[in-house]
Design a protein around this ligand. Structure first.
Ligand SMILES: [Zn+2]
Length: 125
């Protein structure tokens, strides 16, 4: 004869195990997706680095600019935000429609949906 208390406990344990398996599958899927995203970003960074190197090589060939000129300009642009951290900072942009601060990561205002107006060529990146 089946003890209903034991059977009920086994069902609970089985359901818990199924939930844990589903959670593990979701976590594994999320980890795989994050890994693909990182690989994609690394590929883009490699392509951008290659284009920057090509542009700099062309500039050196066509002008009298030197490595020192480039390093000086990098330092100047780096310091535009007051911090020498090796990063280009973007200025805070406000929405032209609702005047709220716009997210640097989105092309549209999160509040009203207005399109972000490009202020420089780098805003399109
Ligand atoms: Zn807005």
């Amino acid at each position: 004869m089946i003890n209903p208390l034991l059977f009920g406990h086994a069902a609970t344990v089985g359901a818990g195990s199924a939930r844990a398996s589903a959670d593990a599958a979701r976590a594994s899927s999320a980890a795989g997706s994050a890994k693909r995203d990182v690989t994609h970003l690394e590929d883009r960074l490699d392509r951008l680095s290659l284009v920057c190197m090509a542009m700099w090589s062309l500039l050196q060939d066509k002008t009298k600019l030197t490595e020192e000129d480039l390093l000086e300009r990098v330092k100047m642009l780096d310091l535009m935000d007051g911090v020498e951290d090796g990063k280009a900072s973007r200025s805070i942009q406000k929405c032209h429609a609702c005047n709220r601060v716009m997210s640097a990561r989105h092309r549209k205002c999160l509040y009203c949906g207005a399109e972000k107006l490009a202020q420089s060529a780098f805003d399109a990146i």
